[in-house]
Every structure is written in C-alpha cells, then in structure tokens.
Design a protein around this ligand. Structure first.
Ligand SMILES: Nc1ncnc2c1ncn2[C@@H]1O[C@H](COP(=O)(O)OP(=O)(O)OP(=O)(O)O)[C@@H](O)[C@H]1O
Length: 286
C-alpha cells in the first residue's frame, strides 16, 4: 500500500508523487515527465480538410504541440477552429497532409482502431456541455468512461462497479462538486454543469484535453473560474490542453501559446505573452 499524501496523490517507494486521477506522476514531476517525452504530442504538416469538393476548410496547417503545453486556438467564425480540433484527434478524417497524434501516424483515412486509441487518451469539453439532464451528476461523470468501458454499466451510477464510482468521485472532488454527486444535472447552474463536464473529461485520465469554447456560455466570472480550473488541473496532472476561445483575455491569459487561424491557414503561432493588438486585429479583420 502506497502512503497517501493528500486526496489525489500517493508516494511511490522511489519517492515519486503519483497522481490518482491520471495514474501518472503529479505536480512538478508530471510537468517534468511530460516535457521529457520525446517528440510532440501532436504534429500536423500541411494538414488539409474539406467536407466536400467545393471548399477547402483547412489549407496546409502546420502545428506541433508538445506534451504539457497549453495552446489556445483563435480565429473568426468559420475560420476552421472546430474542424481543426476534430481533425487532430481523428473525429474527422483529414483530406491531405500528415498527422501524428501521441506519436502514432494517422493516415488520411484514419482507421477506426487508430481513432479509438486516440480518443481513449483524450478528454473533450464543449461549449454546450451535453450532460444528460435527468441523470445524476455522478452518472454523468461515469458516462465519461463509456469509451473505455464500452459497457451498459456506465449508464447509471447505481449499476457502475465501485471502482468507476470511486474514479468519478475523485474527478468530482477535483472540480469541487463532490457534494452535488447525487443531484440531477439540470439542478446545477451553468458554471457548475461545465465543471461536471470537465470532471467527465478528467475521469478518462486523458493525456490530452480538447476544449471547444469551454467558457462561451458562461458569465464573465464563471468563465474565468472555469478557465482557471482547466489550467490548474492540466498543470497539476501534466495534461496537454488545446482549447478554442472567442475571448482574447481567455486565450492570452491561460495559454502558453496562441495559434491564430484565418481562412483555414495559420496566421501566427507564438507565445501568449508576445501576442499584440495588431496580431488580434489581423486575425479578425475581414
Ligand atoms: N460537418 C460539416 N460539414 C460541412 N461543413 C462543415 C462541417 N463542419 C463545419 N463545416 C464548415 O466548415 C467551416 C469551418 O467551420 P468550423 O466550425 O470549423 O469553424 P470555427 O472557426 O470553429 O467557427 P466558430 O467560431 O463559428 O465556431 C464553416 O464554413 C462550416 O460551415
């Protein structure tokens, strides 16, 4: 039995802090291990995507994301941000270029096996949190295990094995909602529901968290709280974060790097601290 050092950490015999949420090293050790991994977590070269023959949505995108980085993707409506997120993790097959995800090549057609393997290591949070409103908060978090477990027993917290309930409760404690576990999802505020969605993504113990406008439907205070929670959890657990935002403060304040898309191409890709007003004007000017 390893000694517990807090709610989510134990210490291994070798002295390393182990994270109970992700089963990987935690805190400073997590960051060091993530950065020490060879090669980028995601590497796209000349990535193209069309939904039909008439229009190219992504046009030769080059993008590398290292393990442990936090990257914000910005751009005007229709610039291709969501399409890029979905293409990078195999939810949409790419139309051209090369893509490596978690060190594995993803071919243009992307086999089902590849896509499933990628999804297993990825958590998703969307603007509309897509919770099952009538189910409990705990059941909703357990639903996050569906992909791994592939079982009808992830349908309800009362049918789930104790181990899954424990994992879900750990994730709920991470977002400070353990006391709401048995409430109906639709009894929570919008900000709380988004935190449940984050717990549902975390319960998968992801290496990569993809968030598409995670704070867009929240008021300014709840939005900042959700962004702070995201970045803190990713830092603590060594999770790589890629998110989109139309709020430039969210992009610049919470990311290491900002990537701007315009007309399906990368307009700029630079450290968040170096993004200027002129960059933002170029990004959004027609
Ligand atoms: N499944 C789809 N089938 C066909 N066209 C699509 C599909 N999804 C997106 N598109 C088109 O691709 C273009 C880029 O859409 P996308 O959602 O990637 O942009 P976005 O930058 O995320 O926009 P927003 O900021 O409004 O969310 C749009 O013109 C959209 O209509």
């Amino acid at each position: 039995m390893l000694p517990a050092l807090g709610l989510f950490c134990v210490q291994t015999p070798g002295g390393m802090m182990l994270d109970l949420v992700t089963d990987r090293p935690s805190g400073a050790a997590a960051k060091a291990q993530a950065l020490a991994q060879t090669g980028p977590l995601i590497a796209a070269r000349g990535l193209c995507k069309s939904y039909d023959r008439r229009r190219t949505i992504l046009d030769g995108v080059d993008l590398e994301i290292a393990a442990g980085e936090r990257v914000a993707l910005i751009g005007s409506n229709g610039s291709g941000k969501s399409t890029l997120l979905k293409s990078l993790i195999g939810l949409h097959p790419i139309s051209g270029g090369t893509l490596h995800c978690f060190g594995e090549p993803v071919d243009a057609r992307g086999s089902r096996k590849q896509r499933l393997a990628m999804r297993r290591q990825t958590g998703f949070v969307f603007q509309k949190h897509c919770l099952v409103r009538r189910r409990t908060v705990l059941s909703n978090v357990i639903h996050g295990l569906f992909g791994d477990a592939g079982s009808w027993r992830a349908f309800s917290h009362s049918l789930a094995p104790p181990e899954w309930r424990d994992r879900a409760m750990q994730a709920l404690a991470e977002v400070d909602l353990a006391d709401k576990a048995l409430e109906r999802a639709d009894a929570l505020s919008g900000g709380q529901q988004q935190r449940v969605a984050i717990a549902r993504a975390l319960v998968r113990r992801p290496r990569l968290l993809i968030a598409d406008e995670p704070a867009a439907s929240l008021d300014p205070v709840s939005g900042r709280n959700v962004m702070e929670l995201f970045t803190q959890l990713c830092r603590d657990h060594g999770i790589t974060l890629l998110y989109t935002s139309h709020d430039m403060a969210h992009a610049v304040d919470y990311a290491d790097r900002v990537v701007a898309l315009k007309g399906g191409k990368v307009l700029f890709d630079r450290p968040a601290a170096q993004v200027t007003r002129a960059d933002l004007k170029d990004t959004f000017d027609g």
